[in-house]
Design a protein around this ligand. Sequence first.
Ligand code: MN
Length: 195
Amino acid sequence: MSRNREIRRKTKETEINLRLDLDGSGRYSGSTEIPFFDHMLNLFATHGFFDLHIEAKGDIAVDFHHTVEDIGICLGDGFKEAIGEVKGLQRYGMAIIPMDETLVSVALDLSMRPYLAYNPGLKRKKIGVFDLDLIEEFFRAFVNHGGITLHINTMYGRNSHHIIEAIFKGVGKALDMASSLDRRTTGVISTKGKL
Ligand SMILES: [Mn+2]
């Protein structure tokens, strides 16, 4: 069964078309109109081996908040549809990512119980014109719509660009692991038998 989904969402604030293939080759295409965010989503797709195409138009004259959050919503919806009942999947994923002086740990569970623990240890508020608070909004929208328990912790690090890069690479790798098939089971890995 193919695990690719197309999500379209239009509000008075944003219009988003997103195509996601869980079993891709790590290709990112399209534009969010926000270069720093495109850079991070490209790292996410590349290290997750997901094919991700995004066309986003938003009220960025206000700021990037609505666009970034709504892309999190659409990516979460796409993931949830693509992983279905989490049958035959590894379910848990984790990664510890070094980036020069920075070390970030990411752990997640395709639990269908949304939760975000986010401790990035950032020293700066902005990178260029990008407000770094929005990264938390993105991941919160993603986990709430994806039904994912996600823990992001920077163990140590100074450079904010390195920290955010390591976070997006780590979430990509951990999701790739969690959404991979586990040949030892056809059901859900849970003593409850259902998530
Ligand atoms: Mn970079």
